[in-house]
Design a protein around this ligand. Structure first.
Ligand SMILES: [Fe+2]
Length: 322
């Protein structure tokens, strides 16, 4: 194999590939100890179920493609997303799996390179697919929550927040453009987590009650750091409305949020903040869904109508039971 640099390869998630089907691009694995990329499946060959399952057993989540094949891979993903939305024969679980994996991959690509226009386009496509699938296949929402997910918690939280926001936005009669804006903002709100030092990343899963003053000083910078990362690239996919959601996702309508304590929030800013608060409690801190709602109602920071809608959506997917 000729000498190639890591820049010649693009990471792809194992779970975005389908076993038992031919692949339309070559697949490589990375031998970490030797820092070498090894040809694993040739273009046109079937990704045999046995090989796929072996990788899964070995907990290898990431494979690689040649960067020259990126367009082929994106076309493959487009087709999968189209099936997840439009193929009547596909199971709800599979739909949810495809959407979750493609969305997680888009966030990961952006974390690796926040200046990548391609990664922004992937996020945009993920947001649009979320809106489409929730609109056409509302039953998928439940599976999105129950899908097998061994990702880091901040990725899971981004996807949960995005899906809940889109569902509430639908109840409020938002048009597709606004739903996509809100979904994209929810996916990107904590994009800065990757830039935090390892010890500070732990703040994302630490109860506020246990925060020291020093913890707050660090943590309260994350919305603006996320905005800074998103502002590094000029792309039509990131609108000022998306930026506003990211900037304000920890602010509250009663002015008791952070970092600035503003109460000048748009409805979409406010909804993403509400669902972020809810999901931090549940996904990041392990609180029961019902208890998170009770705490939010007791705190009284958000419009009761919106909290009730969130509760209604949680009832509908069985996250809260009577
Ligand atoms: Fe946040």
């Amino acid at each position: 194999m000729s000498e190639q640099s890591a820049d010649d390869y693009v990471p792809v998630r194992l779970k975005t590939l389908r076993k038992g089907e031919p692949v339309i691009f070559s697949i490589y694995i990375l031998l970490k100890q030797r820092g070498k990329f090894i040809h694993y499946i040739r273009e046109g060959d079937e990704f045999e179920a046995e090989r796929y399952d072996r990788l899964k057993e070995m907990k290898i989540k990431q494979l690689f493609i040649s960067s020259a094949d990126e367009d082929k891979y994106q076309a493959y993903i487009d087709k999968k997303l189209d099936s997840a939305i439009n193929d009547d024969k596909m199971s709800t679980t599979e739909r949810a799996e495809i959407i979750t994996q493609v969305t997680s991959e888009a966030i990961e690509h952006l974390r690796v390179d926040p200046t990548s226009e391609k990664a922004f386009a992937e996020i945009d496509r993920a947001g649009k697919s979320m809106v489409e699938v929730i609109k056409k296949r509302p039953e998928v929402l439940k599976s999105l929550f129950n899908s097998e997910n061994d990702d880091d918690i901040t990725l899971t939280s981004a996807i949960n927040t995005c899906t809940l926001c889109i569902r509430i936005g639908r109840l409020l009669g938002f048009d597709d453009g606004l739903l996509e804006t809100m979904g994209t903002g929810a996916l990107l709100r904590d994009i800065a987590v990757q830039s935090f030092e390892e010890k500070d990343k732990a703040l994302f899963t630490k109860p506020y009650a246990d925060f020291t003053d020093a913890d707050w000083e660090v943590y309260k910078t994350h919305p603006e750091t996320s905005v800074g990362m998103l502002s590094k690239v000029e792309t039509e996919n990131i609108t000022s409305m998306v930026i506003s959601i990211v900037r304000n996702h920890e602010e509250k309508p009663n002015g008791k949020g952070f970092p600035t304590g503003t109460n000048q929030l748009t409805i979409q800013d406010s909804l993403v903040s509400l669902v972020s608060t809810y999901d931090r409690n549940v996904t990041c801190l392990g609180m029961a869904a019902r208890d998170s709602i009770i705490e939010i109602l007791r705190d009284g920071a958000y419009e009761k109508k919106h909290v009730n809608m969130l509760q209604q959506v949680l009832f509908s997917i069985g996250a809260i039971k009577n």
